[in-house]
Ligand binder design. Sequence first.
Ligand SMILES: [Zn+2]
Ligand SMILES: [Zn+2]
Length: 353
Amino acid sequence: MKNVPTTPRQKIELFVTDGGAQIAQIPMLEFPGLWGYAYFILVDDVELGEMRVLIDAGSGIGDSNKHLETGLLTAGALLGRQIGFANLTHILITHGHIDHFGGLNYVRARSQALLGIHELDRRVLTNYTERLSVIGRRLHEYLIEAGVPSERLERIMEMYRSTKNLFQPEPVDFTYESAGMRCGPFEILHVPGHCAGHVVLRLHNMLFSGDHVLSDTTPHQAPEQLTLSTGLDHYLHSLEALRSWANQPQLTFGGHKKPIVDLNERIDIIRAMHDERLQKVLSILKEPRTINEVSHILFPEVHGYNVLLALEEAGAHVEFLYQRGMLEIANLAELEASRGPVPLIYRCLDCRM
Ligand SMILES: [Zn+2]
Ligand SMILES: [Zn+2]
């Protein structure tokens, strides 16, 4: 394994699969304080010949494009090849979150590579602005129902709308299900939850897990009320689906953080964390409370965009419990009397005194 410094903290690392494919892990600063990875893979395929694949493309924000571009050149130098955007044959996106596809406008202006994404996230790329408007309306309603005070609600909506200019719609060349959940030697598993069209890719004895499973961090959850095929129920099912499909990979490369050595152990830890959080939410809701109040108790110290992430995370857990009849709405009369959304007060059904 050879290392070349790009910044004091982050290095390009090389790995080799048991089938002889070469992998370069390219670090990028995607948002202030958020590092992530794209992966460059050099692999031979019987039908497609030499494939030069990029998995994910960074956020396109700040230094992200620069880190990706120089990272690719450095990876090429380490592999004894001339590699740049122009040499790529395929770009495979793990899921439709901006820190994974936002760099596509920059990359595709310089590349003829075929772009693939799962069906359920295709619209995120092709109809980026339309989707933001549609989800924005749902988010507004969700925040009212969550009991977020109006001034804070407006600040969150403004923050959300400001992401409109981050990306121009991009055409997609192929979707994974239409390609038989394969791309050359890459096998693909659909794992909805963290994102509707999230996939995990397998190449020989290595996996690329995007944000479905990460080391050190529990991937973010949002309620399905905001986007179909997300939510904790889908996510937990997809964790188990990955466990049985994965076949003990040697390493699992996430979109952030270090590679995972023991995938099953990591899945167990994430699963246990959600069970614990569900119990905590039940206990918080012994007293009738809104999602906003649950969020404050679960995550007391959050600021900026993390306020929205905390509200979504709390809402995903409340939704999961409510769906299973473990919570009830304490202010049903108020809801029935109103034609529009009202703050909903939840309480634990079996915890009543
Ligand atoms: Zn991410
Ligand atoms: Zn993500």
